[in-house]
Design a binder for this molecule. Structure first.
Ligand SMILES: [Zn+2]
Ligand SMILES: [Zn+2]
Length: 133
């Protein structure tokens, strides 16, 4: 059985649907994520490209291609809300904050972060028991 989850933008014009379990669920402290998304660190839920699709409002979606990194962010042209971003590996990354906002403030089992990546590049210290890589 394949589990399906959805996220939608603030104005509800665009919906993205994710199929199956995320392959990575973690916090990423790398400079690329911070710069692309303007966050102190990225709370990542990562799926393979074909597992995440825009299922409503395709015509309202804007894809911003970073000028020199192989990263994009996919957002709604009406409200500016970011549905997901992509990285050089072609993964599609939905933020946990976005996911929770659209799913009763809840992260299902197997979606909670289990590690901090690129912790040595952090700009904020995190005091939690998760492994720091
Ligand atoms: Zn919108
Ligand atoms: Zn990152």
């Amino acid at each position: 059985m394949t589990k399906t989850h959805k996220v939608h933008c603030d104005c509800n014009a665009v919906t993205a649907t994710m199929e199956g379990q995320p392959k990575v669920h973690a916090f990423c402290h790398c400079a690329d994520c911070r710069e692309l998304l303007q966050v102190p660190y990225h709370s990542v839920l990562a799926w393979d490209s074909e597992q995440v699709n825009i299922t409503k409002g395709k015509g309202k979606v804007v894809e911003f291609q970073h000028p020199h990194k192989r990263m994009t962010r996919i957002f709604c042209q009406l409200c500016g809300d970011i549905l997901y971003n992509t990285n050089a590996a072609g993964w599609k990354l939905v933020s946990q904050l976005m996911f929770m906002k659209c799913n009763d403030n809840n992260l299902p089992e197997g979606y909670q972060s289990n590690a901090h990546f690129f912790y040595d590049r952090r700009i904020v210290d995190i005091d939690d028991p998760l492994p720091k890589k």
